[in-house]
Design a protein around this ligand. Structure first.
Ligand code: ADP
Ligand code: MG
Length: 254
């Protein structure tokens, strides 16, 4: 039993493939013909101006949105094909949001065990064991009986991360996971994300933290007005960007 609580996250080699993804809201194109490969076990950071389609790209990746055209593969499974099992895909693709979306009236422990029991059908004992292990990895073993409101924002976000990880996802999506946090709390959350990356989790991280992107990512992607303008290793991306639009964007960020 012990092994099942520690494997998934670190042994995954699943890749994500975006094959010509397009998405409009009404008449407004938000993603335009996105082609991108996410190698298994790597971290890809996605940056770009507000409204460029970053969140929509992530939301398409766990089917919170559906692309109008194109395909998304998780491993070899085309999740965008009709008939794909949305609940199962959401267990394979974890997502962490800017606002933590914890259940306010449940304890930290229950926040982590709920989906384990309801979606994966684990017994209470099994779910508790997985949850405790996962809470320990994000440094919150001592706080399992608190309610979310009794935690700092950074601690709440780490609960949200633990809750996602408990499902043993093959891919983790982070949508500006540190943007709502006070500056002094950002570090702890980024540290958890760094650890995950170092353990070989496949991660797609929308972020404004350029230092994190440079130090942790194997690939950095720039979106602008729904176009994928550039995808490159961080050195090249930050030091020798090929597109004028990315150069301008990088000049604007502090
Ligand atoms: P980003 O995360 O890069 O800021 P988003 O993916 O959230 O960008 O949004 C891209 C564009 O799509 C924005 O213009 C936004 O207003 C619009 N948009 C996002 N979600 C919806 C929605 N559910 N309905 C209508 N428009 C949306
Ligand atoms: Mg967004």
């Amino acid at each position: 039993m012990k092994t099942s609580t520690t494997q998934g996250a670190v042994s995954s080699r699943t890749a994500v493939k975006y094959q010509r993804i397009s998405k409009s809201f009404g008449h407004t194109p938000v993603l335009r013909d996105i082609v991108l490969d996410i190698p298994g076990g790597s971290t890809t950071c996605v940056i770009g101006p507000s409204g460029s389609g970053k969140s929509t790209l992530l939301r398409c990746t766990n089917l919170l949105e559906r692309p109008d055209s194109g395909r998304i593969l998780i491993g070899t499974d085309a999740i965008t094909d009709p008939g794909a099992d949305v609940d199962r895909i959401r267990t394979r693709v974890g997502m962490v949001f800017q606002k933590f979306h914890l259940f306010p009236y449940h304890s930290v422990l229950d926040n982590v065990t709920l989906a384990l029991r309801q979606v994966l059908g684990k017994s209470r004992d099994e779910a508790v064991e997985v949850a405790r292990t996962q809470l320990a990895t994000v440094g919150l073993a001592d706080l399992q009986d608190r309610r979310p409101a009794q935690l700092s924002g950074g601690q709440q976000q780490r609960v949200a991360i633990a809750r996602s990880l408990a499902m043993k996802p093959e891919v983790m999506l982070f949508d500006e996971a540190t943007s709502a946090l006070d500056p002094e709390l950002v570090k702890g959350v980024l540290a958890v994300m760094r650890d995950l990356a170092a353990q070989g989790m496949t991660m797609i991280v929308v972020t404004h933290e350029m230092r994190f992107a440079r130090e942790v990512a194997q690939q950095v992607v720039f979106l602008d007005q729904g176009h994928l303008i550039e995808a490159a290793p961080p050195d090249q991306f930050f030091d020798a960007p090929s597109s004028p639009r990315l150069r301008a964007f990088l000049n604007e960020v502090p």
